[in-house]
Design a protein around this ligand. Structure first.
Ligand code: NAG
Ligand code: NAG
Ligand code: NAG
Ligand code: NAG
Ligand code: NAG
Ligand code: NAG
Length: 655
């Protein structure tokens, strides 16, 4: 973007005529949100969007009001929200908005109650460092599917999604008295493609389903992203650095039906974390220069430019369960369970120093006294160390197998997330390096007769070569973890576009040396429900390093609090001798843990904890016995979290 600094502006393109929302059918007295060349207009009066991003499906629904109240109290007047299609329609045709966690309409109603407007970012692709950019995994199993494209199967699935979403939230449009001001078409599409027929089709779909609403696009602030992303008659906006982005918008958007007030639709405060021994937690703490830049940019956007902004993220929240996405850069780089993002409201919903700084900056641009007081931060609780007992081997709790000559992908097995175990029983002797299909998708733990041989991990540029030698009757077991489907691909980069190849598990044949292995038993282990994991030990022997994954079980109790709101305080759950795996509390999958960091504890919302009762904790340790030996593991709840990194015990020199 540096080239823009040397670019001489020939002229300003802003025109003076008033644009209105093209399909608006509202009379002058109905609520409306439109714009002219310079400013947004709410019911005809100028409106400056001071926004922040916060996605309901990353926050326990019981905390939506708390987080939204704190957004308003930082001075925001508008909340920007992605909608995660994969959680709303986990199985094709099954719509889950009746579940509190997916009740987007309720989130928007609360936003309105606390005095916020809403900008809806429904996708269908949302990126967001989410699994496959928010796409449901079942899309991958639909014949002929090409996502983010003028492709009939994709448009048909998207249409059905948009229709169902609109049925839930249409009444919350501004034109019907609700808080939703405007709606984004696709998401940063220009960095991915330039099929304008696709984005025009999405535009029309949104217009049909959200009649009379203002639409906008949001793209990176350079020429090719703006040119790929612009959609005729849709307001074109930028994200990232506002200084260069705003200039680019004026330079590269020439279609006057796309011009209007400037909005930086994603101003980054700060960045997500990825797993890795060398990745520090992204934070502005200890980096005052970054915060100074935020203040300067806010002054520039809200002051000098009288423009609009959305802080990405105001509050990141959590990629609970298997919700995170990943990038492919000739190796997999997976986002952490925490989506703290270094944002002004931390992962647990507490305000921090950045919050105070941004609040006082915003205060300069709004009427004195118009920002509500900041609610006090509640303390977090500690849970004393409790024991986790090994109760069962994962391999003794596999459920039903699907048999086949060749391996099927996770998607072909109708599985979306988690792990898949592929088992082959050797018919004759063979030996050599194991190739788990075309490549590791994504992290393959190799076992022979229940003894771990090594890990083929696509997080390394050069995954390890694991050799095995099998004789007739030996079992080769490949436990494949989906680390999160790729959520972002930028055209023109030298890497493969895995947004169009989201398959997990094993794709293609498994070979040992030159030999193709035929005959597989496949066990989908989505672990949606781990109630099958026994609470009392069925683990016959002591846990050894090289054992298959082990379920550990433990419990803790928390006294019933005297005042009932909130029922129980939040904490950060730590499994100090854990290496890699997942943690469930009362059946809720908190997410992944991994010793390498930078995340070293899991946000445990008080909403999941049952006061005065036994709270069940299940830990699936993928590599038991290595850090904890044959001892029990332990867990505890911490009031303050620590970030940090450790060597990768599976391969210290791998990167
Ligand atoms: C959509 O546009 C792309 C190029 O942008 C073109 O290749 C494709 O044929 C178009 N599809 C249809 C159905 O018009
Ligand atoms: C807008 O005009 C500039 C300068 O003539 C040109 O380089 C650019 O390609 C045009 N953009 C579009 C979207 O037409
Ligand atoms: C955030 O962390 C990732 C992974 O360590 C790193 O690549 C990236 O540069 C960081 N981003 C910022 C803005 O510091
Ligand atoms: C913004 O406005 C302030 C006050 O008018 C001025 O001092 C500053 O130079 C302006 N900054 C930019 C980047 O235009
Ligand atoms: C990615 O890996 C492939 C196969 O090893 C190689 O051909 C290609 O050059 C690599 N690309 C980059 C950008 O490293
Ligand atoms: C595995 O073997 C391949 C092919 O011989 C080689 O290119 C690669 O570097 C090896 N990987 C490691 C980590 O040694």
């Amino acid at each position: 973007m540096r080239f823009l600094l040397n670019y001489v502006f020939p002229f300003l393109l802003s025109s003076q005529f008033v644009l209105s929302s093209p399909t608006s059918t509202q009379s002058a007295s109905s609520p409306s949100f439109t714009y002219n060349s310079k400013t947004f207009l709410l019911n005809g009066s100028p409106y400056q969007i001071i926004g922040g991003q916060m996605d309901p499906q990353r926050i326990p629904p019981q905390y939506w009001r708390d987080r939204l109240t704190k957004a308003r109290a930082m001075g925001l007047n508008t909340i920007f929200s992605y909608v995660f299609w994969n959680l709303l329609e986990p199985v094709q045709g099954t719509w889950t908005s009746a579940e509190p966690a997916n009740d987007i309409a309720e989130y928007f109603r609360i936003a309105q109650e606390v005095g916020l407007h809403v900008v809806l970012r429904p996708g269908p692709y949302i990126c967001g460092e989410r699994e496959w950019g928010g796409f449901p995994a079942w899309l991958a199993d639909v014949p002929g599917m090409v996502v983010r494209s003028y492709n009939e199967p994709f448009l048909a699935a998207s249409k059905s999604y948009i229709e169902r979403l609109a049925n839930d939230i249409r009444d919350l449009q501004i034109t019907r008295g609700g808080p939703i001001l405007m709606i984004q078409v696709e998401n940063e599409y220009g960095s991915f493609g330039d099929e304008h027929n696709y984005t025009s089709a999405l535009r029309d779909m949104l217009r049909e389903n959200f009649e009379g609403m203002t639409l906008y696009t949001n793209d990176g602030g350079v020429d090719w992203t703006l040119e790929g992303g612009e959609v005729h008659t849709v307001l074109a906006e930028i994200d990232g650095d506002p200084t260069s982005g705003f200039k680019s918008r004026e330079l590269y958007i020439n279609d006057t039906t796309e011009l209007g007030p400037l909005l930086d639709g994603e101003y980054y405060t700060w960045a997500p974390d990825q797993w890795g021994s060398y990745n520090p937690h992204n934070t502005t703490v200890g980096n005052p220069a970054d915060v100074e830049q935020f203040v300067k940019d806010l002054d520039y956007v809200l002051g000098n430019q009288s423009a609009s902004i959305s802080l990405y993220m105001f509050h990141g929240g959590t990629n609970f369960g298997f919700g995170n996405g990943a990038l492919w850069q000739n190796r997999t780089t997976a986002f952490t369970t925490s989506y703290d993002y270094g944002s002004p409201l931390d992962e647990s919903g507490r305000t921090n120093d950045l919050y105070s700084t941004l609040r006082s900056t915003i205060q300069k641009f709004v009427p004195k006294g118009s920002i509500p007081d900041v609610p006090a931060n509640l303390p977090r609780s500690t849970i004393p160390v409790f024991s986790l007992t090994p109760t069962a081997s994962l391999f003794d709790n596999l459920g039903h197998a699907v048999s086949g000559q060749s391996p099927l992908t996770m998607e072909a097995l109708k599985q979306s997330y988690g792990y898949t175990l592929y088992v082959h029983t050797a018919g004759s002797s063979t030996s050599g390096v194991v190739h788990p299909g075309d490549r590791a998708r994504d992290r393959v733990i190799v076992y022979k007769n229940n003894v771990r041989q090594g890990i083929i991990d696509s997080q390394y540029q050069h995954p390890l070569n694991i050799s095995v030698s099998l004789k007739k009757g030996d079992k080769l077991q490949l436990l494949v973890e989906n680390l999160g489907r790729v959520d972002y691909y930028s055209r023109g980069n030298p890497y493969r576009n895995y947004l169009q190849d989201p398959y997990k598990g094993i794709l293609g044949d498994v070979t040992i040396g030159e030999e193709v292995l035929k005959g597989w038993e496949m066990y989908p282990l989505s672990l949606d429900d781990v109630s099958f994991a026994p609470k009392a030990s069925q683990y016959g022997a002591k846990v050894k390093a090289d054992d298959p994954p082990v379920f550990y079980h433990g419990s803790f109790t928390v006294a019933k609090p005297k005042n009932s709101n909130p029922a129980v305080l939040d904490t950060y759950l730590s499994v100090p001798t854990g290496l890699k795996g997942n943690v469930w509390v009362n059946g809720f999958n908190l997410g992944r843990f991994w010793f390498v960091g930078p995340q070293q504890s899991l946000y445990l919302p008080g909403t999941i904890i049952k006061p005065g009762q036994q709270n069940d904790v299940v830990v699936l340790e993928l590599e038991p016995g290595i850090r904890s030996g044959s001892e029990n593991m332990v867990a505890n709840g911490m009031a303050e979290r620590a970030w940090g990194n450790n060597p990768d015990m599976d391969c210290e020199n791998c990167v």
